[in-house]
Ligand binder design. Structure first.
Ligand code: BGC
Length: 775
């Protein structure tokens, strides 16, 4: 009952004539949108606002092959005028030919009965999840660790191309939820804990997916749905879709930032956070959906709900009394399309709400305009189907090479006492390796969730042609040199965390014949609520395996293959080297073999803080007062940030020396742009790539300042002995923070700019406070 009259009045001002649009409008395209809208009936308009799941339009035949039922499709499209369909049958990857056929039929019916094409959406999240034989990349958390925006853009281009090959024009990606809580089961779906990393990656990804002109997206590019808007990744309980409680500073400065950049880069659509923030479900928030996004940023894209989330407003969040009430709240808050997978009730109830005056025609028209705009921008009216000729590179070696490169650039070397690289040399001098641990011989855990199936489970058959770690090491070192004795295995038919009865003694016995032990430990695949956990420590069986192997005295290399940083503080000291491969995708095994052997060099850095203690889950940008030294006297105020590995940490087979950090202005005002330069030299004997990270610290501020904030980064390649000067341009307003009154504030005073271990001081000469919510 919170939004009624007030909302209706405000709705009229959703897009004031004077508003600056996030991306420039195309007048011709807008005219087409208006013309189509004018011809539509209320039923047609409401139908456009509904998105259904493909599953309800067919079933499995006697051969257990899913078939689209034309009669059912006819009814749904002709009677209910449904504007969008999503998902893969049984959430399992189909072939390109199946996609072409299904979507072609859907488009045929849509054009016949409504004259408006369908916008079909798939969770092609790290490559074409739901298309067999396509290219899967490392998960976004790996792409973040690569700190390589170019690679991210290329990956998105390839995914767009391979999606369109199967007629699919819309992907539910990028994900920029900020992985700031290691307990949350989806932190690997986005770019780690930092707002700037997420913001730069989302822009690169949108350009890769959509191309450079969001008004005219060609047949090799797709529309994006940046998700999950916003602050989804910080549930208080650590469990998926539970409430978050966040300060206004965190919300505006950090969680909103990547979505703001996505809007400014022209993301066609956004998907909304299923949960609530400070008690307000996002699906019910006029403030966040309409005010922050559509009005303040002038973003004219379309907002789609997450899975059945209008229903969640009454069934889970209890802010609506029934479905009709929930629809009223959500549509008035700014939702344009309801992903209501299994039901057409939405059409009946929304029509009643319009007739009762509880949802205005202005709001309906605004929503439908946004949907039509997305369809026109995607060229769907002219070419509803794209697949067929012109997509010969689908699943090609060229694309595979990019995925391999991404995997190599995304594995983080966290510890190396000199044991790595493990050179294969000539066959006789090759080290003999015991390969152990539950992740040693499975594709599923290299891939993670959203890989051929929703949970990434039951899909080994579709990933058969790729190499597990075991297969890749056999290829690299010779089968005779690899002894596989896993010691601990996952129960593949159970929950992701279930393990079979351990056989640790067998692994220990096998260690007698080898020179070195490579222990592949971590997690099996999962996503969303099935990935919830109750203990962040790595499983006891796996830690016992490593402890037992350590007693053999053979050197241990730990390979961490996990969606989130599971605690390993008790076994880390037992290892000579540690590599965090995160979720590296189909070429993860090959990439690891190349890196362990020294055929490739490490260049990744941690995209999040790796915690050490269960009660010390800090992020790198913690408040300075989270570290309190002991004062003189009787009291011990000691508080420490205790962590296993910091954000931005990562070793290589070469070394880099940073020098000459300079900032061009000893003092500045809010309108200035600071130029920061630093020399980076490769001081080792191997070529390599180095991610160079620029941080700032505001030394004194009117609200407790963050310890440090990442402001920019780049990645450079350096031959041995080579030096490059890296230049960053840092607008001074980027150093502002959100003050106690909720306004952007840049205060007079001292700042330190930091790169590596170097610091450069500079000073802000005047205080500026902005009235605008976006600066
Ligand atoms: C997930 C989204 C996904 C949607 C459609 C939801 O359960 O939260 O990330 O895009 O399903 O499959």
């Amino acid at each position: 009952m919170r939004h009624t009259l007030l909302t209706v009045v405000l709705m009229l001002t959703v897009m004031p004539a004077s508003a600056q649009f996030a991306i420039p409008r195309d007048a011709k395209l807008e005219a087409k949108v208006e013309k189509t809208l004018q011809k539509m009936t209320l039923d047609e308009k409401i139908g456009q606002m509904l998105e259904l799941n493909l599953d309800i339009m067919g079933g499995y035949d006697a051969n257990r092959v899913w078939q689209l039922n034309e009669t059912m499709l006819d009814t749904l499209i002709s009677k209910w005028k449904v504007g969008s369909i999503l998902n893969a049958p049984g959430t399992r990857a189909a072939t390109v030919a199946q996609w072409q056929e299904w979507i072609r039929l859907i488009q045929k019916k849509s054009m016949k009965y409504i004259g408006i094409p369908d916008i079909y959406g798939l969770d092609h999240n790290h490559g074409v999840t739901y298309t067999q034989g396509g290219t899967l990349f490392p998960q976004p958390i790996n792409m973040a660790a690569s700190f390589n925006t170019e690679l991210v853009r290329t990956g998105a281009e390839i995914t767009a191309y391979e999606s369109r090959a199967g007629n699919c024009p819309w992907v539910y990606n990028p994900v920029v939820d900020l992985g700031r809580d290691p307990r949350w089961p989806r932190i690997w779906e986005s770019y780690g804990e930092d707002a700037v990393v997420n913001a730069k990656m989302v822009v690169a990804q949108i350009k890769g997916y959509q191309g450079d002109d969001p008004n005219h997206i060609d047949r090799f590019h797709v529309g994006t749905s940046t998700k999950h808007y916003f602050a989804y990744g910080a549930p208080w309980t650590g469990k998926d879709r539970t409430p978050a409680y966040l300060s206004p500073q965190l919300l505006r400065e950090k969680y909103f930032e990547p979505f703001k950049q996505a809007a400014l880069a022209g993301t066609l659509t956004m998907m909304v956070n299923s949960g609530s923030v400070n008690g307000v479900p996002l699906h019910a928030s006029y403030e966040y959906l309409t005010k922050w996004l559509k009005e303040d940023l002038g973003w004219d894209g379309m907002l789609v709900t997450d899975w059945a989330d209008i229903n969640s407003l009454y069934s889970r969040e209890h802010v609506a009394k029934d479905k009709k009430d929930a629809i009223r709240i959500a549509i008035n808050a700014g939702i344009d399309m309801s992903m209501d997978p299994y039901s057409v009730d939405f059409c009946i109830l929304l029509k009643e709400l319009v007739q009762e005056g509880k949802v205005s025609m202005t709001r309906i028209d605004d929503a439908v305009r946004r949907i039509l705009r997305a369809k026109y921008r995607l060229g769907l009216f002219d070419e509803p189907n794209t697949g067929g000729k012109g997509y010969e590179k689908f699943g090609s070696d060229e694309f595979a090479q990019k995925s391999l490169q991404a995997a190599e650039e995304s594995m983080v070397l966290l510890k190396n006492d000199g044991i790595l690289p493990l050179s294969p040399n000539a066959q006789q001098s090759s080290p003999k390796i015991l390969l152990t641990g539950p992740n040693a011989n499975q594709m599923r855990c290299l891939l993670g969730g959203w890989s051929y199936t929703w949970q990434g489970s039951n899909a080994e058959d579709l990933a058969e042609k790729y190499n597990t770690i075991y297969e890749a090491l056999c290829n690299k070192y010779g089968k005779d040199n690899i002894v596989l004795e896993q010691g601990v295995t996952y129960r593949e038919r159970g929950r992701y965390y279930e393990e079979n009865k351990p056989q640790i003694e067998q692994a220990v016995a096998a260690a007698a014949q080898v020179d070195v032990i490579v222990a592949c430990i971590g997690e099996n695949s999962y996503t969303e609520s099935p990935g919830n956990l109750s203990d962040l420590w790595l499983s006891e069986n796996q830690r016992n395996l490593v402890k037992a192997l350590a007693k053999t005295g053979k050197p241990i290399i730990l390979v961490l293959n996990e969606g989130r940083p599971r605690l390993i503080a008790d076994i880390e000291p037992l290892a000579k080297a540690v590599v965090d491969i995160l979720l590296p995708g189909n070429y993860g095994g090959d990439a690891l073999a190349n890196l362990l052997s020294g055929d490739a060099n490490f260049s990744a850095k941690m995209p999040y803080t790796y915690p050490k203690e269960i009660n010390s889950l800090n992020t790198y940008d913690y408040k300075v007062s989270e570290v309190v030294g002991t004062m003189a006297g009787a009291y011990d105020y000691d508080a420490r940030v205790s962590l296993q590995w910091p954000f931005g940490y990562g070793l290589s087979y070469t070394t880099y020396e940073y020098s000459n950090l300079k900032v061009d202005k000893a003092s500045f005002t809010a309108d200035d742009v600071l130029t920061v330069t630093v020399d980076v030299k490769n001081t080792g004997s191997r070529g390599g790539k180095e991610a160079v990270l620029l941080y700032s610290s505001d030394l004194v501020a009117s609200i407790v300042p963050d310890n440090r904030r990442l402001r920019d980064f780049t990645k450079i390649a350096l031959e041995p002995g080579e030096t490059k000067t890296v230049t960053f341009r840092l607008p001074a307003k980027d150093l502002a923070f959100v003050g106690a009154d909720g306004r952007w504030t840049l205060e007079e005073g001292d700042f330190l700019l930091r790169v590596g271990r170097l610091t450069a001081p500079t000073k802000c000469r005047e205080t500026k406070i902005w009235d605008s919510p976006n600066i």
